[in-house]
Design a protein around this ligand. Sequence first.
Ligand code: DGL
Length: 300
Amino acid sequence: VKADTTPTIGVFDSGFGGLTVLRALLQQMPHARYVFLGDTARLPYGSKSRRTIAKYAAESAQFLINEQGAEYLVIACNTASALALDAIQEAVPVPVLGVIEPGAQAARAASQTGDVLVIATDATVQSHAYANACKALGLHGIERACPLLVPLVEEGWTDNAVTAEVIRIYLDQLQADAAAENLHPDTLVLGCTHYPLLRPLIEKVLIEHGPKEIRVIDSAEATAERAAKLFHQQNSGAPGRGHREANFASRGEDPDSQTREANCAQVHCFATDSVEKFERLGSRFLGCPTGPVELVDLGG
Ligand code: DGL
Protein backbone atom coordinates (compact mmCIF):
# COMPACT_ATOMS: atom_id res chain seq x y z
CA VAL A 1 0.00 0.00 0.00
CA LYS A 2 1.50 3.32 -1.06
CA ALA A 3 1.59 5.80 1.80
CA ASP A 4 -0.02 8.58 -0.26
CA THR A 5 -3.10 6.54 -1.10
CA THR A 6 -3.90 5.39 2.43
CA PRO A 7 -6.41 7.62 4.15
CA THR A 8 -5.82 8.74 7.72
CA ILE A 9 -8.86 8.50 9.94
CA GLY A 10 -8.89 10.33 13.25
CA VAL A 11 -10.86 8.74 16.07
CA PHE A 12 -11.56 10.67 19.22
CA ASP A 13 -12.89 9.74 22.65
CA SER A 14 -12.79 11.16 26.15
CA GLY A 15 -10.77 8.07 27.15
CA PHE A 16 -9.87 4.66 25.85
CA GLY A 17 -13.43 3.28 25.72
CA GLY A 18 -13.62 4.66 22.16
CA LEU A 19 -11.15 1.97 21.14
CA THR A 20 -14.27 -0.24 20.81
CA VAL A 21 -15.24 2.00 17.87
CA LEU A 22 -11.71 1.82 16.45
CA ARG A 23 -11.86 -1.98 16.77
CA ALA A 24 -15.08 -1.99 14.72
CA LEU A 25 -13.53 0.44 12.18
CA LEU A 26 -10.51 -1.85 11.78
CA GLN A 27 -12.88 -4.66 10.96
CA GLN A 28 -14.74 -2.57 8.36
CA MET A 29 -11.73 -0.70 6.92
CA PRO A 30 -8.63 -2.74 7.78
CA HIS A 31 -6.25 -0.86 5.50
CA ALA A 32 -6.78 2.72 6.60
CA ARG A 33 -4.29 4.47 8.86
CA TYR A 34 -5.74 5.47 12.24
CA VAL A 35 -4.80 8.15 14.75
CA PHE A 36 -6.68 7.84 18.03
CA LEU A 37 -6.81 10.41 20.81
CA GLY A 38 -8.12 9.63 24.28
CA ASP A 39 -8.56 12.78 26.35
CA THR A 40 -7.89 10.79 29.53
CA ALA A 41 -6.73 13.84 31.55
CA ARG A 42 -10.17 15.42 31.24
CA LEU A 43 -12.32 12.26 31.42
CA PRO A 44 -15.15 11.75 32.32
CA TYR A 45 -17.04 13.94 29.86
CA GLY A 46 -20.31 12.26 30.88
CA SER A 47 -20.72 14.40 34.00
CA LYS A 48 -19.68 17.76 32.45
CA SER A 49 -21.57 20.68 30.89
CA ARG A 50 -22.15 21.15 27.16
CA ARG A 51 -19.79 24.16 27.07
CA THR A 52 -16.88 22.28 28.62
CA ILE A 53 -17.46 19.15 26.51
CA ALA A 54 -17.58 21.26 23.31
CA LYS A 55 -14.32 23.06 24.20
CA TYR A 56 -12.44 19.84 25.04
CA ALA A 57 -13.81 17.96 22.03
CA ALA A 58 -12.98 20.78 19.56
CA GLU A 59 -9.40 21.00 20.89
CA SER A 60 -8.99 17.24 20.59
CA ALA A 61 -10.39 17.21 17.04
CA GLN A 62 -8.01 20.03 16.04
CA PHE A 63 -5.04 18.06 17.38
CA LEU A 64 -5.95 15.02 15.24
CA ILE A 65 -6.40 17.10 12.10
CA ASN A 66 -3.82 19.86 12.40
CA GLU A 67 -1.04 17.88 14.04
CA GLN A 68 -1.70 14.30 12.94
CA GLY A 69 -3.09 14.87 9.45
CA ALA A 70 -6.46 13.16 9.91
CA GLU A 71 -8.63 13.55 6.79
CA TYR A 72 -11.82 12.21 8.36
CA LEU A 73 -12.95 12.26 11.93
CA VAL A 74 -15.03 9.73 13.83
CA ILE A 75 -16.27 10.91 17.22
CA ALA A 76 -16.34 7.66 19.15
CA CYS A 77 -17.48 9.36 22.36
CA ASN A 78 -21.26 9.27 22.74
CA THR A 79 -21.20 12.24 25.12
CA ALA A 80 -19.15 14.41 22.72
CA SER A 81 -21.32 13.28 19.79
CA ALA A 82 -24.49 14.11 21.74
CA LEU A 83 -23.44 17.53 22.99
CA ALA A 84 -20.71 18.82 20.69
CA LEU A 85 -21.04 17.42 17.15
CA ASP A 86 -21.93 20.89 15.77
CA ALA A 87 -19.09 22.56 17.67
CA ILE A 88 -16.60 19.99 16.35
CA GLN A 89 -17.90 20.33 12.77
CA GLU A 90 -17.45 24.11 13.02
CA ALA A 91 -13.94 23.77 14.45
CA VAL A 92 -12.48 21.51 11.72
CA PRO A 93 -12.46 21.44 7.89
CA VAL A 94 -12.91 17.65 7.42
CA PRO A 95 -15.97 15.34 7.41
CA VAL A 96 -17.03 14.42 10.95
CA LEU A 97 -19.16 11.41 11.91
CA GLY A 98 -20.66 10.92 15.38
CA VAL A 99 -22.09 7.79 16.96
CA ILE A 100 -25.66 8.88 17.82
CA GLU A 101 -27.24 8.89 14.36
CA PRO A 102 -25.80 5.48 13.30
CA GLY A 103 -26.89 4.00 16.64
CA ALA A 104 -30.46 5.27 16.14
CA GLN A 105 -30.47 3.99 12.53
CA ALA A 106 -29.40 0.54 13.70
CA ALA A 107 -32.17 0.61 16.31
CA ARG A 108 -34.69 1.40 13.61
CA ALA A 109 -33.47 -1.54 11.54
CA ALA A 110 -33.74 -3.85 14.57
CA SER A 111 -36.96 -2.73 16.24
CA GLN A 112 -40.38 -4.14 15.37
CA THR A 113 -42.34 -2.24 18.01
CA GLY A 114 -40.60 1.12 17.44
CA ASP A 115 -39.94 1.44 21.20
CA VAL A 116 -36.24 1.57 22.00
CA LEU A 117 -34.35 1.59 25.32
CA VAL A 118 -31.16 3.68 25.49
CA ILE A 119 -28.51 3.56 28.23
CA ALA A 120 -25.81 6.25 28.33
CA THR A 121 -23.97 8.78 30.53
CA ASP A 122 -25.76 11.55 32.45
CA ALA A 123 -24.80 14.26 29.95
CA THR A 124 -25.87 12.17 26.93
CA VAL A 125 -29.25 11.40 28.51
CA GLN A 126 -29.81 15.01 29.60
CA SER A 127 -29.15 16.18 26.02
CA HIS A 128 -31.87 13.78 24.74
CA ALA A 129 -29.75 13.37 21.61
CA TYR A 130 -30.71 9.69 21.31
CA ALA A 131 -34.42 10.35 21.97
CA ASN A 132 -34.37 13.09 19.31
CA ALA A 133 -32.49 10.93 16.78
CA CYS A 134 -35.02 8.12 17.46
CA LYS A 135 -37.94 10.51 17.07
CA ALA A 136 -36.62 11.72 13.71
CA LEU A 137 -36.73 8.08 12.56
CA GLY A 138 -40.24 7.45 13.89
CA LEU A 139 -39.07 5.58 17.00
CA HIS A 140 -39.79 6.21 20.66
CA GLY A 141 -36.56 6.33 22.71
CA ILE A 142 -36.65 5.71 26.46
CA GLU A 143 -33.35 6.89 27.97
CA ARG A 144 -31.66 6.23 31.29
CA ALA A 145 -28.32 7.40 32.64
CA CYS A 146 -26.18 4.57 34.06
CA PRO A 147 -23.32 6.49 35.69
CA LEU A 148 -22.01 3.50 37.67
CA LEU A 149 -21.18 1.46 34.57
CA VAL A 150 -18.18 3.48 33.27
CA PRO A 151 -16.19 3.16 36.54
CA LEU A 152 -17.04 -0.56 36.76
CA VAL A 153 -15.66 -1.14 33.25
CA GLU A 154 -12.60 1.00 34.00
CA GLU A 155 -12.05 -1.23 37.03
CA GLY A 156 -12.14 -4.27 34.73
CA TRP A 157 -15.33 -5.62 36.38
CA THR A 158 -16.90 -6.68 33.11
CA ASP A 159 -17.87 -10.19 34.25
CA ASN A 160 -18.74 -9.70 37.86
CA ALA A 161 -21.76 -10.33 40.10
CA VAL A 162 -21.82 -6.74 41.39
CA THR A 163 -21.82 -5.34 37.85
CA ALA A 164 -24.57 -7.79 36.85
CA GLU A 165 -26.69 -6.59 39.77
CA VAL A 166 -26.13 -2.92 38.83
CA ILE A 167 -27.15 -3.70 35.23
CA ARG A 168 -30.25 -5.54 36.48
CA ILE A 169 -31.32 -2.54 38.59
CA TYR A 170 -30.84 -0.08 35.70
CA LEU A 171 -32.72 -2.33 33.26
CA ASP A 172 -35.56 -2.81 35.76
CA GLN A 173 -35.85 0.98 36.09
CA LEU A 174 -35.92 1.37 32.31
CA GLN A 175 -38.58 -1.32 31.97
CA ALA A 176 -40.67 0.40 34.66
CA ASP A 177 -40.35 3.73 32.78
CA ALA A 178 -41.44 2.01 29.56
CA ALA A 179 -44.37 0.26 31.27
CA ALA A 180 -45.53 3.57 32.81
CA GLU A 181 -45.81 4.97 29.28
CA ASN A 182 -47.40 1.77 27.98
CA LEU A 183 -44.48 1.18 25.61
CA HIS A 184 -43.16 -2.20 24.47
CA PRO A 185 -39.42 -1.92 23.87
CA ASP A 186 -37.70 -4.70 21.93
CA THR A 187 -34.30 -3.05 21.39
CA LEU A 188 -31.58 -1.74 23.72
CA VAL A 189 -28.99 0.77 22.46
CA LEU A 190 -25.60 0.77 24.20
CA GLY A 191 -25.10 4.56 24.12
CA CYS A 192 -21.64 4.77 25.67
CA THR A 193 -18.16 3.72 24.54
CA HIS A 194 -17.67 1.50 27.58
CA TYR A 195 -20.83 -0.55 27.35
CA PRO A 196 -19.83 -2.90 24.47
CA LEU A 197 -17.45 -4.51 26.96
CA LEU A 198 -20.49 -5.27 29.12
CA ARG A 199 -22.51 -6.68 26.25
CA PRO A 200 -22.11 -10.38 27.24
CA LEU A 201 -23.14 -9.53 30.81
CA ILE A 202 -26.06 -7.35 29.67
CA GLU A 203 -27.28 -10.16 27.42
CA LYS A 204 -26.94 -12.64 30.29
CA VAL A 205 -28.98 -10.37 32.61
CA LEU A 206 -31.64 -10.00 29.91
CA ILE A 207 -31.85 -13.78 29.46
CA GLU A 208 -31.99 -14.45 33.21
CA HIS A 209 -34.32 -11.63 34.25
CA GLY A 210 -36.02 -10.69 31.02
CA PRO A 211 -37.34 -9.35 28.90
CA LYS A 212 -35.66 -12.03 26.79
CA GLU A 213 -36.69 -10.69 23.40
CA ILE A 214 -34.64 -7.47 23.63
CA ARG A 215 -32.04 -7.00 20.86
CA VAL A 216 -28.85 -5.26 21.88
CA ILE A 217 -27.45 -2.59 19.54
CA ASP A 218 -23.81 -1.59 19.78
CA SER A 219 -23.41 1.94 18.41
CA ALA A 220 -19.68 1.21 17.84
CA GLU A 221 -20.49 -1.40 15.20
CA ALA A 222 -23.24 0.71 13.65
CA THR A 223 -20.88 3.71 13.42
CA ALA A 224 -18.09 1.73 11.79
CA GLU A 225 -20.52 0.37 9.21
CA ARG A 226 -21.80 3.88 8.47
CA ALA A 227 -18.24 5.25 8.26
CA ALA A 228 -17.23 2.52 5.80
CA LYS A 229 -20.27 3.28 3.65
CA LEU A 230 -19.63 7.04 3.66
CA PHE A 231 -15.94 6.71 2.82
CA HIS A 232 -16.74 4.20 0.11
CA GLN A 233 -19.34 6.55 -1.47
CA GLN A 234 -17.11 9.59 -1.16
CA ASN A 235 -14.07 7.99 -2.74
CA SER A 236 -15.72 5.95 -5.45
CA GLY A 237 -17.59 9.11 -6.52
CA ALA A 238 -14.52 11.31 -6.76
CA PRO A 239 -12.76 11.25 -10.14
CA GLY A 240 -9.28 9.78 -10.04
CA ARG A 241 -9.69 8.52 -6.50
CA GLY A 242 -11.10 5.09 -7.25
CA HIS A 243 -7.74 3.47 -6.50
CA ARG A 244 -7.91 4.90 -3.05
CA GLU A 245 -11.09 3.11 -2.24
CA ALA A 246 -9.47 -0.27 -2.75
CA ASN A 247 -6.92 0.49 -0.08
CA PHE A 248 -9.37 0.64 2.77
CA ALA A 249 -12.53 -0.97 1.39
CA SER A 250 -14.99 -2.59 3.73
CA ARG A 251 -14.64 -6.30 4.36
CA GLY A 252 -16.61 -6.55 7.56
CA GLU A 253 -15.34 -10.05 8.37
CA ASP A 254 -13.80 -10.97 11.66
CA PRO A 255 -10.08 -11.18 10.88
CA ASP A 256 -7.89 -13.92 12.36
CA SER A 257 -5.62 -12.85 15.18
CA GLN A 258 -2.53 -12.51 12.96
CA THR A 259 -4.35 -10.22 10.52
CA ARG A 260 -5.82 -8.23 13.40
CA GLU A 261 -2.35 -7.70 14.89
CA ALA A 262 -1.05 -6.55 11.48
CA ASN A 263 -3.96 -4.11 11.12
CA CYS A 264 -3.38 -2.83 14.63
CA ALA A 265 0.10 -1.79 13.53
CA GLN A 266 -1.68 0.90 11.48
CA VAL A 267 -2.96 2.46 14.71
CA HIS A 268 -1.20 5.30 16.50
CA CYS A 269 -2.66 6.22 19.89
CA PHE A 270 -2.31 9.43 21.86
CA ALA A 271 -3.53 10.19 25.38
CA THR A 272 -3.56 13.32 27.51
CA ASP A 273 -2.74 11.40 30.72
CA SER A 274 -1.22 8.13 31.99
CA VAL A 275 -0.04 6.36 28.86
CA GLU A 276 0.79 3.28 30.98
CA LYS A 277 -2.85 2.83 32.02
CA PHE A 278 -3.94 3.43 28.41
CA GLU A 279 -1.56 0.77 27.12
CA ARG A 280 -2.57 -1.69 29.88
CA LEU A 281 -6.36 -1.32 29.62
CA GLY A 282 -6.64 -0.15 26.03
CA SER A 283 -5.85 -3.54 24.53
CA ARG A 284 -9.03 -4.91 26.16
CA PHE A 285 -11.08 -2.34 24.25
CA LEU A 286 -9.09 -2.57 20.99
CA GLY A 287 -8.81 -6.35 20.94
CA CYS A 288 -5.04 -6.20 20.31
CA PRO A 289 -2.08 -4.30 21.81
CA THR A 290 -2.34 -0.51 21.41
CA GLY A 291 1.41 -0.22 20.71
CA PRO A 292 3.31 2.62 22.37
CA VAL A 293 0.92 5.42 23.34
CA GLU A 294 2.19 9.01 23.06
CA LEU A 295 1.43 11.62 25.73
CA VAL A 296 0.06 14.95 24.49
CA ASP A 297 -0.71 18.15 26.37
CA LEU A 298 -3.87 19.92 25.21
CA GLY A 299 -3.90 22.34 28.15
CA GLY A 300 -6.27 22.36 31.12
N1 DGL B 1 -16.78 8.24 26.24
C1 DGL B 1 -17.94 8.50 27.07
C2 DGL B 1 -19.22 8.18 26.27
O1 DGL B 1 -19.21 7.41 25.32
C3 DGL B 1 -17.92 7.71 28.37
C4 DGL B 1 -16.81 8.14 29.33
C5 DGL B 1 -16.97 9.59 29.78
O2 DGL B 1 -17.93 9.90 30.52
O3 DGL B 1 -16.12 10.40 29.41
O4 DGL B 1 -20.24 8.72 26.57
